[in-house]
Each structure stands twice: as structure tokens, then as C-alpha cells.
Design a protein around this ligand. Structure first.
Ligand code: ZN
Ligand code: ZN
Length: 809
């Protein structure tokens, strides 16, 4: 039986600025309902009158046909006294407590794409077409609420045609804040660096055509995009690629590519369905793909690697350029050495002059620099390596128990820095900012802290930061805590990694402890030494260190990161001892190679203990093994280069995991701390070297051996901790797909439940989220189990502090 009733529907989530109200309007009209829909401080509020069947139908369709960029987190309905409405209308917004979510930028949608490519449409060839389902969002926001006047589109008053579309609920551009067309919106022009001739609007086509012509002829063109400048060149032209590397002084790191469509990418990479879907998603990230297609790219694109990062054009501007180019383009960040991506016209003119032959400019300011995100499919799901455009600043939902979390701010780490705003029980993880030791990156990081504070109207009651005394983010947090008289929670690096993994996997606040395995380069340990291969019994509030990779000296501190051979030497010297190595393996090329190094100096450093901090680092073990196999032994151009090359070459070994290398488990006298000991692995590896074993086989034996050793350590820990049945994997080393997938397989085979990262990076980009969760948990429940209690000031050993200070630099 049909009953006429009035229902109030409250929708929470990402529902503003994404075309939600027009969708509600359209569905309500379809279902013959009357009523109203409006935005308020909590999301979207609908009041509607109609027969109960139609209302039920409306609610079902609201879920199924919600606009593509919206994310409904919660819908609550409540029956009201019967209200009469004349029709269904979109009512004025009601301001309230301001917690409007800012939506990430979204790639051009199918409808806009068609328009831009259709000569009959008025936006044909227009590089800034967008609608409620796509286009710039976060990159143009200066203030909230998200209205045109508070974005960099304020400089472009809407023309009459755009205004009509903006006001028409049935239009795809109803209330699309960045709405624009060739009459009223931003325009492009080309500046030639050599001649200083600028060709501009209304000859936008001429600017595009010239840029395309230049690219086809091997030139480097700087392109002002959505979140910053790119440097582009023809990726199939080895000379152009090499030229770009030389001009940019970027020799090691792989270049990202952009291609017009999936078919072009398939010439170089055999795409899986999941990869194709990810490339075409509104987030449109750079996807790391196996370079296993029929055609080969020049070696200069991704030196030493068997993967390549591809993305599809995500703005109309990129679409219009790539439409005219048959093959892929290099599309790398437009920056100078390690500085952040350039965003402003003047900085580009000054800074990119010596790199680009021409600059394709536009006049819409970039309010927030945002890099391209990088994702890889690993262990069956998309796994974020760099979380920026398309993903930030969307909220990461907090698990059960965190409802009472205080508003707080977590400052993150030092490299791949992000920060995290906790407000109303939601965690907003900032976009990737870069390495804070770069002065302009650190300035940008501070600017963004202010911006987020403004956008989210955020006044933290609590601050959180890394325990490292020399991280710039931690120093800033201390300063802020003193200035604003706020409590500061200092969080151990690897505990933060594990907590971030727990949050994104929805582990409840009061869930039993997990066995956290944090593998990375280095982080400040509670005992004042450097950690980086940790097995922690952890919950959100605290942890206990149960096992670690056996510490080995980092000879020369940071120099050990730059010169990987130092780690090889340190591992050999610490394991079998140098004398024994020389005696047994003098015939090896490795031995002749190391003898040429300044060993007497290094030995003196080891004897005196000067600048040789001990590190239980998994990252350094990878460096040591890579260098022993001759992979970037002398110099790493970026941290982790050796590990990436080692993984790449291990992947090529068809036999996979046959006869993995053995490791040993030992117990540290007195403390009971278990050590993962790599000496047996080294002995087998050196024998392999002596027998001219293929490098790929040794790399594979190492990867599979390490995974098995970690599994064995887990089993050993469970002998005395039988209740532990959940393992959380985090830290930058888990960007290694081979290691992650093999370890997950082994742990699952042992009946363990395995948490690992997907939406939040496993590297230091995820630290801020973990810090936020830990600070919130400690605040919510101040009394926590003594066995998991974190550090107390008294047990911190600061002997290595000077060394760590130098390491932070
Ligand atoms: Zn669109
Ligand atoms: Zn217009």
C-alpha cells in the first residue's frame, strides 16, 4: 500500500562540489517527489514528500547513481510530519559548523572529453573545459567555502553562456565552480625561449600546434599543467631523452610518461585489467607497469629498471597535445634539481629557461602545487607510492573507537613528507610534499600547513611528530607546541609506520596487538640507535621491540646511503670478518673492487667508532647486496636505487624462488632481543659469485630468502606469543613488490592475517597518519597495558645523537 509521507535524508561524506544536489534533483523529479535539497555544514540535507515506494526507490537510486566524484559515507533517514512542497528545488546553502571537504582534482570525464574533441561543440579544442564530474578542485582552492570567488577562477568572470549552464540544474555544469569556455576562461600561449616570441590567444590552436611541432622535432617543452609545470619531450627519441636528463641534471631517477590512450601504452606494456582501470580512473595516477610489451623504449627512460610509469592525459590541455602525437611523451616534473615542481609563470621563465626550448603557458594560477600520484598494483591491489593529485586531500576514515579523537595535527617525517589533520574523527593526509631538507620544499610544507588550517578551520588541541631530534618537521612541531602551549606526542618512526598500516586496514582502536614488521632505510630508535628492520608487538598506544635485523655499521653515516659499497664492506667485515673474506674470496672481482677503496681509513673509523652508527636497516642490507652484485656500487643517485635495480633484475629470473638463501636467527645476550642475521646469506652469495652464477638468480635467491627469513622470524616470535595472528607490514622496503607478494603468500600459508598498505604509502609518506592515530589513541585512553608501554625518557640512550644529527642532514 502506498503511504504519502515526508522524509528527511541526511547524507554525509564527500558530497559537496561534486554535482550531488543536481543528481538528487534529477532523481527526485524522475520519481515524482517534491521537496528540497541543500548543502550545509554536515553535508547534504534532503527533505522530500511522496509515496513511500517512490521514496524507497529514490534512496536506492541515490546510492547506485551517485555522481562519480562523490563518496557517500553515511545516509540517515527520519520521518517528519507531512510537509507540502510545490515542486522539488535546490535551496540555498546553509552555513553551519564548517567542515566542508575539499575534493581532489579529477581527470577529464568522458563527456567533457567528447565535447573538447567535437568540432560541433562550443568547447571544441578548449584546454580548460570541465564540469561537476571532473576538473580542477584542490589545486585552485584558496579559501573555503569552495566557491568560485575563493579559487583562482575568480579572475575569470563567467560569460552569459557559462552562467546559463551554471544555473541550470539539469546541466552537467550546474554549480561547477571552475566552469569556463574560450570566451570567458583561461587561455594558453607559447613562449619560445630562444626568440622570446609569444603566440597566444585567440590563436590557442596555433600555440598548441607549435608546441606539438616542437615536441615532434625533439625539443623540450615546459607545460604549465594542473598542479605545476611538466617538462615534456618525445619519449621515443633517445637523444631528446638524454638531452633532457643532461639539462635537468637528473641522471638516475626514471621519467614518467604520458600517452594518448591505452592502445599506445599497450605497445610498451602488457596491461592487466586492474592496471587499465587504474589508468582510466578519475585519479589518473602514474601507474608503474612492466615494460614487457612488443616495442621497447629508450634505456634513458628508466635506467636499470624493467618497469615504466605511464599516465593518461588528465586535463583537456594534455588531451589536446597527446591527440596529435602518436607515441608517448616524457612528462616529468618541471623543477630544478631537488626543488619542488615550479608552479608560477615567473619562476618557470627564470628557472626552466636553461632546460626547456619553449614554454606552453596558461593564465590560471595554481593555488596549490600538487604532484602526480604514483601507484603500482602489488599483492592484488593498487598500492600508492606517492599520494598526491587525485587522492589528496580526501579523508582516510578512522577505525572504530576513534570517534572521540581530539582535533590534532601530526607533522610527519623528513623525506617524502606529508602531514595529517585530524578533525571530527576524520584524518586528512596532506599531499606528498617532498624532502624537507630542500629549503623551498620546507617553505612549501609550512605554507601548506597554514592553508590546511584555513581550509579545515582547524585548531589542534594536540600535536604529534617523529622522535628524531633533528627532523625539521619535529623541530617545527616543538616550536609550535611551545608557541601555542600545546602538548606534543613524540612518536617512534616504525611504530608510526605500523599504526598507519593498521588505520588504513580498519583495525579498531581496541583490537589486540599486531606483530608489526617495519622495514625501511632508517628511523630514530628508542635506544638512540638507528632502526630500520623491526619486528614490533604493537597496538595504537605503544609497542615492544621483539626482534630486529642485526645492526651493522653505516660507515660514514649518510655517505653509506650515497656509496652503497660501504654497506657491502661493513656487512662482510661484521659478519665473517675482512681477513677471512680476503683469505677465502680473493679471487672474486668483488674482493679486487673493495681493496681499491680507502679501507685503512674506514677500518680506523670502525675501530674508533667515529661516524659509524649502528643501523638495523633493511634498506642498507639491500644496498649491500645490490653493490656486491655490481649494481650501483660506487654511487646511488637516489636512496633505494640499488634496491630497485636488484628487484628489477630478480624479476627476470624465470625460476623464481628456487633455493632461497638462508638467514639465521640469533638472540642478543641479556636483552632477549632476536636478531635476523645475514651471515649465512652472505656465505652462499659469495660462493655463487665464485661460480659465476647469473646475477638474476642471486637477486632472486636473496629476495625469496629474505621473505622466508622474515616468515621464520614471525614463526619464532609466535612460539612465545601464540595469540599473535595478525601481521602488519609497513615501511618503504615494502614498495618492493617481489618481497611484499612473497611474504604475504608465506604468512597467509601459515594461517596469519596480513595487513599491508594500499591507499596510504608504506614509505615515510604514511608516517603522519600513524602519528595522528597514536597521539589520538594515547589521548583517548591514557592508561594502557604496561607491557606495551612506549618509551620513557630514562631508557633513551643518546650516545649516537651527534651521528644522527648528521644523518638528518
Ligand atoms: Zn567533465
Ligand atoms: Zn564562458
Amino acid at each position: 500500500m502506498e503511504i504519502r509521507q515526508t522524509v528527511e535524508i541526511r547524507v554525509r561524506g564527500t558530497v559537496q562540489g561534486v554535482g550531488f544536489r543536481p543528481t538528487v534533483w534529477r532523481l527526485a523529479c524522475d520519481e515524482g517527489l517534491v521537496g528540497e535539497v541543500l548543502n550545509d555544514g554536515q553535508g547534504v540535507l534532503i527533505r522530500t514528500t511522496g509515496n513511500s515506494v517512490s521514496i524507497a526507490q529514490f534512496l536506492t537510486r541515490l546510492h547506485n547513481e551517485a555522481p562519480p566524484l562523490s563518496q557517500i559515507e553515511d545516509v540517515k533517514t527520519q520521518v517528519l510530519n507531512l510537509l507540502d512542497f510545490e515542486d522539488f528545488r535546490i535551496a540555498e546553502s546553509v552555513s553551519g559548523e564548517n567542515f566542508t571537504r575539499v575534493t581532489p582534482d579529477a581527470a577529464i570525464c568522458a563527456a567533457c572529453r567528447e565535447e573538447v574533441l567535437d568540432p560541433k561543440e562550443r568547447r571544441f579544442g578548449y584546454p580548460f573545459a570541465n564540469c561537476t564530474h571532473c576538473g580542477p578542485r584542490f589545486s585552485i582552492v584558496k579559501e573555503v567555502p569552495y566557491d568560485r570567488v575563493n579559487t583562482t577562477m575568480a579572475d575569470f568572470p563567467m560569460c552569459a553562456s557559462c552562467t546559463r549552464e551554471y544555473l541550470q540544474p539539469a546541466d552537467r555544469r550546474f554549480h561547477a565552480q571552475p566552469i569556463a569556455c574560450a570566451t570567458c576562461g583561461p587561455s594558453i600561449w607559447l613562449e619560445r625561449v630562444d626568440t622570446n616570441v609569444a603566440s597566444g590567444y585567440p590563436r590557442a590552436t596555433a600555440a598548441l600546434d607549435s608546441a606539438v611541432e616542437l615536441l615532434k622535432n625533439g625539443a623540450v617543452v615546459a607545460i604549465r599543467g594542473l598542479g605545476g609545470f611538466h617538462l615534456a619531450c618525445d619519449a621515443t627519441n633517445a637523444e631528446a631523452v638524454q638531452g633532457l636528463r643532461q639539462r635537468k641534471h637528473r641522471y638516475g631517477k626514471p621519467f614518467a610518461l604520458m600517452a594518448r590512450d591505452l592502445d599506445t601504452i599497450r605497445r610498451y606494456c602488457n596491461l592487466t585489467r586492474a592496471e587499465a582501470k587504474l589508468l582510466q580512473s578519475p585519479e589518473a595516477p602514474i601507474v608503474l607497469l612492466s615494460a614487457d610489451g612488443p616495442e621497447k623504449l629508450p634505456a634513458g627512460i628508466a635506467p636499470g629498471l624493467n618497469t615504466v610509469g605511464f599516465m593518461l592525459p588528465y586535463t583537456p590541455l594534455h588531451l589536446l597535445i597527446t591527440q596529435q602525437i602518436d607515441g608517448p611523451l616524457v612528462m616529468t616534473s618541471g623543477n630544478i634539481s631537488d626543488e619542488p615542481q615550479v608552479t608560477s609563470l615567473d619562476t618557470a621563465r627564470a628557472g626552466l629557461r636553461g632546460i626547456a626550448d619553449a614554454m606552453l603557458m596558461h593564465d590560471r594560477e595554481i593555488a596549490n602545487r600538487i604532484d602526480d600520484s604514483v601507484v603500482r598494483i602489488a599483492a592484488g591491489r593498487p598500492s600508492l607510492i606517492r599520494r598526491a593529485r587525485g587522492y589528496a586531500p580526501s579523508a582516510v576514515p578512522l577505525p572504530a573507537g576513534f570517534e572521540g579523537a581530539p582535533d590534532l595535527l601530526a607533522f610527519g617525517g623528513e623525506l617524502k613528507a606529508t602531514f595529517c589533520v585530524l578533525k571530527h574523527g576524520a584524518a586528512i593526509l596532506s599531499q606528498h610534499q617532498g624532502d624537507l631538507e630542500d629549503v623551498s620544499t620546507f617553505e612549501d610544507y609550512q605554507k601548506n600547513l597554514q592553508l590546511y588550517s584555513k581550509i579545515y578551520n582547524h585548531r589542534p588541541r594536540l600535536l604529534a611528530a617523529d622522535m628524531h631530534p633533528e627532523y625539521l618537521s619535529a623541530k617545527l612541531a616543538k616550536q609550535r607546541a611551545a608557541d601555542d602551549n600545546l602538548p606534543l606526542v613524540e612518536v617512534q618512526h616504525h611504530h608510526a609506520h605500523i599504526a598507519s598500516c593498521m588505520v588504513e586496514n580498519g583495525e579498531a582502536l581496541n583490537a589486540p596487538p599486531v606483530l608489526g614488521i617495519a622495514l625501511d632505510g632508517l628511523g630514530f630508535g628508542e635506544d638512540g640507535t638507528i632502526w630500520g628492520g623491526e619486528f614490533l608487538l604493537a597496538d595504537y598506544r605503544g609497542f615492544r621491540r621483539l626482534a630486529a635485523f642485526k645492526p651493522v655499521a653505516m660507515v660514514g653515516g649518510v655517505q653509506a646511503i650515497r656509496e652503497p659499497w660501504r654497506n657491502t664492506y661493513a656487512h662482510l667485515a661484521a659478519g665473517m670478518g675482512w681477513a677471512e673474506f680476503v683469505e677465502k674470496f680473493s679471487a672474486l672481482e668483488l674482493s679486487r673492487y673493495l681493496i681499491r677503496k680507502p679501507l685503512p681509513t674506514i677500518n680506523r673509523m670502525l675501530e674508533t667508532g667515529l661516524n659509524v652508527p649502528l643501523a638495523s636497516s633493511c634498506g642498507r642490507l639491500f644496498d649491500a647486496v645490490a653493490a656486491a652484485l655490481g649494481l650501483c656500487a660506487d654511487l646511488a643517485l637516489f636512496e633505494g636505487q640499488g634496491a630497485m635495480e636488484l628487484e628489477a633484475i630478480a624479476e627476470t629470473w624465470a625460476e623464481g624462488g628456487d633455493s632461497p638463501y638462508n638467514f639465521a636467527i640469533t638472540e642478543q645476550a641479556g636483552s632477549g632481543l632476536l636478531h635476523l642475521e645475514s651471515l649465512p646469506m652472505w656465505q652462499a652469495l659469495l660462493d655463487d659469485l665464485g661460480q659465476q652464477t647469473p646475477i638474476a638468480r642471486m637477486a632472486a635467491r636473496f629476495h625469496y630468502g629474505l621473505a622466508r627469513a622474515i616468515r621464520d622470524m614471525v614463526a619464532r616470535i609466535r612460539v612465545t606469543n601464540a595469540a599473535l595472528n595478525t601481521v602488519a607490514l609497513s615501511g618503504g622496503c615494502f614498495q618492493n613488490k617481489l618481497l611484499l607478494e612473497e611474504l604475504v603468500r608465506l604468512l597467509k600459508a601459515d594461517g596469519l592475517s596480513c595487513l599491508f598498505h594500499a591507499k596510504v604509502p608504506s614509505n615515510d609518506g604514511g608516517l603522519a597518519l600513524g602519528q595522528a592515530a597514536i597521539a589520538a589513541a594515547r589521548h583517548i585512553e591514557r592508561s594502557y597495558p604496561a607491557n606495551l608501554q612506549g618509551s620513557s625518557a630514562s631508557n633513551k640512550v643518546r650516545s649516537n645523537q651527534c651521528v644522527l644529527e648528521s644523518l638528518a642532514k
